[in-house]
Design a protein around this ligand. Structure first.
Ligand code: GLU
Length: 504
C-alpha cells in the first residue's frame, strides 16, 4: 500500500449506534491499525431534521467502551483535516457544488415537491417508476430545460432550488469493491441525485465525497446498504477529477432467524441487546454485563473469517490477522447464544480478583451478607468456584448466595429425598467429627470426613447429599468440601445444627 492508510467511521447522529455500526467502526479500526494508518471519526450531521441530541456522545462513549480509540475526531482534531462535524464544514460544500455547475457536471433544479410528487404518482398509476434523469430532465423545471436568462432571474429572485448531478446517459460505470470485486453499472438506471439542498446544506453524497477527498481518506469501509450509492460516488470523483479511495462494503448482519437485517425489534423479541450501551429503555451490551473484549471478538467474526478454526482473538491478534479480503460477501447471521458463549470464555480468562471487585459492588445490595464475607479475598475464593457456570457477573449472586447467607429454606423435593429417618443422627455424629477438626481446608477435611465414613461403614449417599442440602439449601453447587473450606467451621456447624432443629 503506497498511500498512507486513513479510514473514517462516518455515522450520522440520528440515534444510538446499532452493533452493526460498531462492527463497521471495528473493521475500519482493525484495517487502519494493521496498516499503521489513522482511524478517524467524522460526524455526518447535514440532515438537521434527523439530528438527535446526545447521539454523538453516545457514539464516542460506545467506541471508547469497546476499546477502539480514534486517532482523529471532533474532540481530537488535526488542523489540516478538521473540522470533523459536517455541520461545521457547511461553508465548504457550496464551492464544490458550484465547481460542478461550472464544469457542466451538475445543474440547478427548481421543481417543487408538489410537482415531483405529482410525477411520481402519475408514473406509479401507469406502472412505471419516476426517475429524474436523462429520460425526462428536459421536461422538468431546471437549468437544462430553461433559458439561461430565466435561470439567472430565478436564482436572483431567491426561489428555492437544488443542485442535481448530471448523470451521463449510455455509459457503463466501472466500479471496484475490495470484497465484491469488479462491477459495472448502466448509467441509464441512475437518477440525477440532489447534491445540494434548498436549505443551503449539501446532501450526504456531496459532503461525503468532498470530505473523504479533503481528509485524504484512502479506504472507505462501510455497510452494504451504501453499495447502491457507489456508482454516484465514483462519478462524482471522476467529475471533480479526483482519485477515488478504495471501497469495501461490509455484509449485512442478519436476524437470528428468517430473512432481513437484524433490527431493534429482534432484540426486543429475543431478549438480547442490539446497542453497545443502554439508550432510553433499551439495555446495552455493557449494562447486560458483557465484557467489551467479548463484544469486539464476536463482532469481528460477524462477516469476517480468519481462515482457521480459531474463535477467540484478542484485539492485538485481530489487528494482526484481519484482512478485507477475508470479509464475506453474504450476510452474517447474528447468533445471540454465541455472544453469550463469548462472554463465558472471557469470564474464564478474567482473573478472580477483578471479578471479585465487580461482585463486591453488587454485594452492597444484599444487607444480610456478613461483613467477614465481604472481603476481596473471600469473594475471590467464591468466584473461582462458580465463574465457570456464569455468563455474566450478575449470575454470581444466584449461583453463590449460600456462600454469603445461610439457606433460608430447603428445597422441598430434595428434602423429601435426602432427609430420611436417621439423617439427623448422622448429621449429629458428623458435627462431632467436624468440631474436632483443626484444619478446615477442603482437601484435609475431605480426607478426614471420608475416612470417618469408611470407619463407621456409613454409605456416602447417606452423608454427602444431606450435607449439601443443609449447607446450600438445594442439591446444586460446586464440590461440597470446597464450599465448607470457604464458609468455615463456625458457619458449617451452625448450618448443620439449624437443619437438625428445623428438619428434625
Ligand atoms: N453517514 C453515513 C452513515 O450514517 C456514512 C456512510 C459512509 O460511510 O459513507 O452510515
Amino acid at each position: 500500500m503506497s498511500k498512507k492508510v486513513r479510514v473514517r467511521f462516518a455515522p450520522s447522529p440520528t440515534g444510538p449506534l446499532h452493533i452493526g455500526g460498531v462492527r463497521t467502526a471495528l473493521f475500519n479500526y482493525l484495517f487502519a491499525k494493521k496498516h499503521g494508518g489513522d482511524f478517524i471519526l467524522r460526524i455526518e450531521d447535514t440532515d438537521q431534521n434527523r439530528y438527535v441530541e446526545g447521539a454523538e456522545k453516545y457514539i464516542i462513549d460506545a467506541l471508547n467502551w469497546c476499546g477502539i480509540p480514534f486517532d482523529e475526531s471532533p474532540e481530537k482534531p488535526k488542523d489540516k483535516f478538521g473540522p470533523y462535524r459536517q455541520s461545521e464544514r457547511k461553508e465548504l460544500y457550496k464551492v464544490y457544488a458550484d465547481e460542478l455547475i461550472e464544469k457542466g457536471k451538475a445543474y440547478y433544479a427548481f421543481d417543487t415537491t408538489e410537482i415531483l410528487d405529482f410525477h411520481r404518482k402519475d408514473h406509479e398509476v401507469k406502472g412505471k417508476t419516476f426517475i429524474y434523469n436523462w429520460h425526462n430532465r428536459l421536461k422538468l423545471d431546471n437549468s437544462l430545460s430553461l433559458m439561461p436568462e430565466e435561470v439567472e432571474k430565478r436564482l436572483a429572485s431567491g426561489v428555492d432550488y437544488v443542485i442535481r448531478f448530471l448523470t451521463k446517459p449510455d455509459e457503463k460505470v466501472p466500479l471496484n469493491d475490495i470484497i465484491r470485486g469488479k462491477m459495472e453499472i448502466d448509467s441509464n438506471v441512475l437518477d440525477d441525485k440532489v447534491l445540494f439542498k434548498s436549505d443551503g446544506m449539501p446532501t450526504y453524497h456531496l459532503a461525503n465525497i468532498v470530505d473523504d477527498h479533503l481528509m485524504e481518506i484512502s479506504h472507505v469501509i462501510r455497510g452494504e446498504e451504501w453499495l447502491p450509492s457507489l456508482a454516484l460516488h465514483q462519478q462524482l470523483y471522476d467529475a471533480f477529477g479526483w482519485d477515488a479511495p478504495e471501497f469495501a462494503h461490509l455484509p449485512l448482519i442478519m436476524k437470528p432467524v428468517g430473512k432481513g437485517k437484524l433490527s431493534k425489534r429482534d432484540g426486543e423479541k429475543g431478549g438480547f441487546p442490539v446497542f453497545p450501551l443502554s439508550w432510553n429503555e433499551s439495555v446495552g451490551y455493557k449494562e447486560t454485563g458483557y465484557f467489551p473484549e467479548a463484544v469486539v471478538n464476536f463482532l469481528a467474526l460477524l462477516g469476517w473469517n480468519p481462515g482457521t478454526e480459531q474463535e477467540l482473538f484478542s484485539l492485538t491478534e485481530l489487528i494482526e490477522t484481519f484482512s478485507l479480503e477475508r470479509v464475506n460477501k453474504s450476510g452474517a447471521r447474528f447468533d445471540p447464544d454465541k455472544t453469550k458463549w463469548y462472554n463465558e470464555q472471557y469470564m474464564q480468562s478474567r482473573n478472580d480478583a477483578e471479578l471479585a471487585s465487580r461482585f463486591l459492588t453488587e454485594l452492597q445490595e444484599y444487607s444480610d451478607v456478613k461483613e467477614r464475607s465481604r472481603t476481596p479475598e473471600y469473594v475471590a475464593q467464591v468466584v473461582s468456584l462458580i465463574k465457570e457456570r456464569a455468563t455474566f457477573v450478575s449470575d454470581f449472586w444466584p449461583l453463590s448466595d449460600y456462600f454469603f447467607v445461610s439457606p433460608s429454606k430447603y428445597n422441598e423435593k430434595a428434602t423429601k429425598k435426602q432427609w430420611k429417618e436417621g439423617t439427623a443422627d448422622i448429621m449429629n455424629q458428623l458435627l462431632e467429627v467436624l468440631i474436632t477438626q483443626t484444619d478446615f481446608t477442603s482437601e484435609t477435611l475431605e480426607t478426614n470426613v471420608k475416612s470417618w465414613i469408611n470407619e463407621k461403614e456409613l454409605a456416602f449417599g447417606k452423608v454427602m447429599p444431606p450435607l449439601r442440602l443443609v449447607l446450600v439449601g438445594d442439591m446444586k453447587g460446586p464440590h461440597i468440601f470446597d464450599i465448607i473450606g470457604i464458609i468455615g467451621k463456625e458457619e458449617t456447624v451452625s448450618r448443620i445444627e439449624r437443619a437438625i432443629a428445623v428438619l428434625g
